[in-house]
Design a protein. Sequence first.
Length: 341
Amino acid sequence: MEEWRTILSKPIKLESIKGITKEDIKNIKLAAKTYPMYINSYYFSLIKSKDDPIYKQCIPNIEELNEDLSEDPLAEETHTPTNGIVHKYPDRALFLISNICTMYCRFCTRKRKVGKKENISNEEIKQGLQYLKDHEEIRDVILSGGDPLTHDDNKIEYILKQLREIKHIEIIRLGTRVPCALPQRITENLCNILKKYHPIFINTHFNHPNEITEESSKACTMLANAGIPLGNQTVLLKGINDNIDTIKSLVHKLLKIRVKPYYLYHADKAKGTKHFMTNVKTGMEIIKGLRGWTSGLAVPQYVIDTEGGKIPILPEYLKEYKDGKIILKNYQDKEFTYIDP
Ligand SMILES: *Cc1c(COP(=O)(O)O)cnc(C)c1O
Ligand code: SF4
């Protein structure tokens, strides 16, 4: 298998995409001036033709220059007590340790910064560690970014080791798109490092069944064999995965590679991503098309992320609750009455 660094540095050729025109390439370059384009050669190789679900996730689109929507819809900056920390919830915090990714997703909620700013410095990482050390209420740290696995193995080990020296930190999570976007980054050496610092959990990010390949399946198997529970966060994206069949196929394929669907995110209202927004109704219909119709294990929690954190959205299963009498609807819309004891 090719070494991940080689895959990262190999050039890609937009002209090689089936159906792409000169005009498209001109527009791609224009959009990329505002929001940088970077696609590693593995992820690029998954594009079959123009406008397919992989293309739309990574190729810049002129619609990104739409000025509506805000840069920081989740108000992360106001919840940033020190560089690299987002502390919104009582007992857990994000620790952003990288501004770079192995590809830039066009719908990224942190579009304002990923790939645009200088990478996070060692000094900033030290400040983040200090904040985590000083805040004893934090028992769950989520390494995120950018992509935390863009660092080399030594740096990752250094950070994990420092975190494990903080007694109040019980669990460490990594939020990384690497198992999907650059699965070759998951090496034996990396797995051997990660498993020294258990309990470690990984949430990865697959959006479409076409992303589940032999390579990504191998990466997830290696991580699962290292004892790391794997979850998946999908973003609901217009024209990419906003229908029941696509999501159903995705969640089934994820379970087969030992990844549990965790969240289905309603797309954030981030500037430059308006063309990916769907209606909340669509998301609710997708969940309704899964719950009861397939394994409960396959059903993610549908959430809208807000300034105040993630809020779950459920189709209407509870129709009425009055005087201890509950009227429920099952997955087939049949009504059942339950008397609350
Ligand atoms: C998503 C998120 C978390 C983790 O949320 P869980 O529901 O525990 O997975 C923590 N902090 C911030 C700021 C987040 O956005
Ligand atoms: S990998 Fe994650 S952080 Fe990086 S561009 Fe994609 S969505 Fe954004």
